[in-house]
Design a protein around this ligand. Structure first.
Ligand code: SF4
Length: 198
């Protein structure tokens, strides 16, 4: 049992993203510790990060719905009321609106896990800056595509619910159900702990 109350437990945005992929991964990371495989972003070299920054810095912000705005990279945010914390890749903002931009280093579409991730960062950024947002964006690096995500009431509610579900899982130390998508299990670092699914 953690040494904090339910409401003091602050959930990482990365866990909210992972929860949508497979809730058990969040459980194993929490209770079995550092067996994690580095993510593509973690493995990305400093030079590559600088290249992405340069690309974004030169790029017009019009596709993000903002003509003129400030760009802030790797913004750490924590909000005790939301009970969420995390580091957004990029936030662009002016005095009346903001948009969170997440860098996707692989191809493919925007799954529920990514939508929850940018939704969570948007909730944090709105509270941090006191500026509203109605959309976030995935910047897909391999083909330079910008994919918008509506940060609507349904997505906001999903983020809050996912954080509450993770909090309850941690407090109760309860193993969640496995992902219904068993293809995800094939290369999972925790496959040996999930004996019941094979
Ligand atoms: S093996 Fe499958 S169910 Fe188990 S943690 Fe991995 S992805 Fe989830």
């Amino acid at each position: 049992m953690p040494d904090v109350t339910f409401h003091e437990l602050v959930i990482n945005v990365g866990d909210i993203k992972q929860w949508a992929y497979c809730p058990r991964v969040v459980f194993y990371h929490r209770f079995y510790g550092g067996a994690g495989v580095p993510t593509a972003k973690m493995e990305m070299g400093h030079a590559a990060q600088l290249k992405i920054r340069e690309l974004i810095t030169r790029r017009s912000l019009r596709p993000f719905g903002l003509e003129t705005a400030n760009r802030k990279f790797e913004v750490w945010m924590r909000d005790e009321i939301l009970g969420i914390q995390g580091r957004a890749d990029l936030i662009v903002s002016n005095s009346s609106q903001l948009a969170v931009i997440d860098f996707k280093l692989t191809g493919g579409g925007v799954g529920r896990n990514l939508r929850l991730q940018v939704g969570a960062y948007t909730l944090l950024a709105e509270r941090d800056l006191g500026i509203p947002a109605d959309r976030a964006f995935i910047f897909r690096i391999p083909d330079n595509e910008i994919l918008p995500v509506d940060v609507n009431a349904a997505l906001r509610a999903e983020v809050i619910q996912a954080a509450a579900d993770i909090r309850a899982m941690i407090m109760e130390e309860r193993l969640p159900p496995p992902t219904p998508n068993r293809l995800r299990c094939v290369d999972c670092e925790f496959a040996n702990l999930c004996g019941d699914i094979w």
